[in-house]
Design a protein around this ligand. Structure first.
Ligand code: 0X9
Ligand code: ZN
Length: 444
């Protein structure tokens, strides 16, 4: 009798414990639930200028994306209290806009993919946890040791082990390197998904021999694993962007990794406030262990690195240096621009949307980006930030990955073809003999 009642009590405790846990994980109040997403479409220079008013910190609007051209929206997240003020501003400036209420509720559908991979293997059309990604990469390197090598880079701020994926048909060939990274911004989930898809195609697609012969691919699929995992913990954290390092003086976390690189650090487009959720540049250049790792990869391979692509989302932009200024372009801008347009055409030919191609600084000036560092400090001759996808903002649905990832892959094939054309004077077997006149130096 006593034993029986004890068991019943246990069941009750267990039941409420599980309900509580479920509520915490899945149903916790999401600050964005009642927020509105407002997409503003400026139609003239004056309106673009006027939008800067909303960027001032005291206005409490979160800017998801800035527009710098007339066909492109500025997307902002606004709390219910601030909607009237923003609407008033929009009316005064006669701006065109679209308003989506209860924006945070749309996060639900793409939240935390269940662990189906145990039954079905690893799908490239799902968003995976960082441990699942690492497990996939470890297995891949074990299965194809000649083609895929992993280089340990150390650990992230919170201790996650980071590995660079090196893919080459001849690891001793000293071919030109294409370096692709993704996920410096935690909430941009489609970027790591693209990096993994790229790895998958290069390794498993028999047609990819063309992309591999004469070029070595270095790919770092999740530059900011701590932030990435944080965005997976709850809907309330889904829009986190920065790293998760702790600033000892302030009770705030994280640095914007793409403001933390040591080239023209903090000269434009950054916040110096550690509590700024978006663009805090850090206490000093390369304060973050994650950006140090990317810097080291670039520096150690500076001679051979011919192309750098940093994957982000969103907006369907393919931008090149300079990012720190929109006042002027590097003297090599034409070559950067031409290559980007070839890539954009290839994506379009595969059924995708063309990229908007321009210098990053002409879109909006922001210093301390990895693209400027690669180009300006390391001397990588082609350096880009690729902003994947258009629509759905940062919450890009998994069901569309099957369509867009193969389209972007065609862009990477075009990149590889151009790099080979420019930098391989001839081939010896699968090796590319790098043009001797193309030694890299630093740009200024
Ligand atoms: O602001 C950024 O870091 C990038 N856009 S995002 O929406 N993914 O955050 C653009 C970076 C472009 N490059 C530089 N400004 N250097
Ligand atoms: Zn980004």
């Amino acid at each position: 009798m006593c034993l029986k009642s004890f068991k019943i009590t246990n069941w009750i405790v267990l039941y409420f414990g599980l309900v509580g846990l479920f509520w915490q994980v899945e149903c916790a109040e999401n600050k964005y639930d009642n927020y509105s997403l407002i997409k503003i479409y400026p139609t003239g220079i004056q309106q673009i200028e006027a939008l800067k008013y909303l960027e001032e910190p005291e206005h409490q609007v979160e800017i998801l994306k800035k527009s710098r051209s007339f066909n492109d929206s500025t997307d902002i997240l606004v709390s219910p209290n601030d909607v009237p003020f923003v609407k008033e501003f929009i009316k005064n400036e006669s701006l065109n806009y679209e308003l989506k209420r209860n924006y945070g509720r749309s996060f639900e559908s793409v939240e935390r993919t269940p662990k189906r991979r145990i039954l079905r293997g690893f799908s490239f059309y799902e968003y995976h946890s960082f441990p699942a990604i690492q497990e996939y990469l470890d297995n891949l390197a074990k299965r194809q040791p000649d083609l895929v090598k992993l280089q340990n880079l150390g650990t992230s701020y919170q201790g996650r082990r980071m590995k660079l994926v090196k893919i080459s048909s001849d690891h001793n060939a000293q071919n030109p390197i294409i370096f692709v990274d993704a996920g410096i911004h935690a909430r941009e989930w489609v970027a790591p998904a693209m990096a993994l898809y790229l790895i998958h195609r290069l390794v498993n697609d028999p047609d990819a021999r063309k992309e591999l012969d004469g070029v070595d691919w270095y790919i770092l699929p999740v530059v900011n694993p701590d932030g990435y995992e944080y965005t997976r913990t709850s809907r309330a954290n889904r829009l986190w962007r920065k790293t998760r390092s702790k600033n000892s003086q302030f009770e705030c976390f994280g640095v914007d990794g793409n403001r933390n690189y040591g080239f023209k650090w903090a000269v434009s487009g950054v916040s110096t406030n550690p509590c700024d959720k978006e663009t805090y540049a850090g206490p000093k250049p390369f304060s973050e262990v994650e950006t140090q790792m990317v810097r080291n990869i670039m520096m150690e391979n500076s001679k051979r690195m011919k192309l750098y692509v940093s994957l982000h989302s969103y907006g369907q932009y393919l931008v090149y240096p300079w990012g720190y200024t929109g006042e002027y372009l590097p003297k090599e801008w034409k070559k950067l621009d031409t290559m980007a347009r070839i890539v954009s055409d290839a994506v379009q030919k595969a059924g995708g949307q063309p990229f908007k191609v321009l210098s990053a600084g002409k879109w909006y000036a922001a210093a301390g980006g990895s693209d400027d560092f690669a180009f300006g400090a390391v001397g990588v001759p082609y350096s880009y930030t690729m902003e994947l996808t258009n629509g759905f903002e940062f919450i890009y649905p998994e069901r569309l990955l099957r369509t867009v990832l193969p389209q972007y892959y065609e862009g990477f094939r075009a990149f590889a073809a151009q790099i080979k054309k420019e930098f391989c004077s001839k081939y010896i077997g699968q090796r590319c003999k790098i043009n001797s006149s193309e030694e890299s130096g630093t740009n200024s």
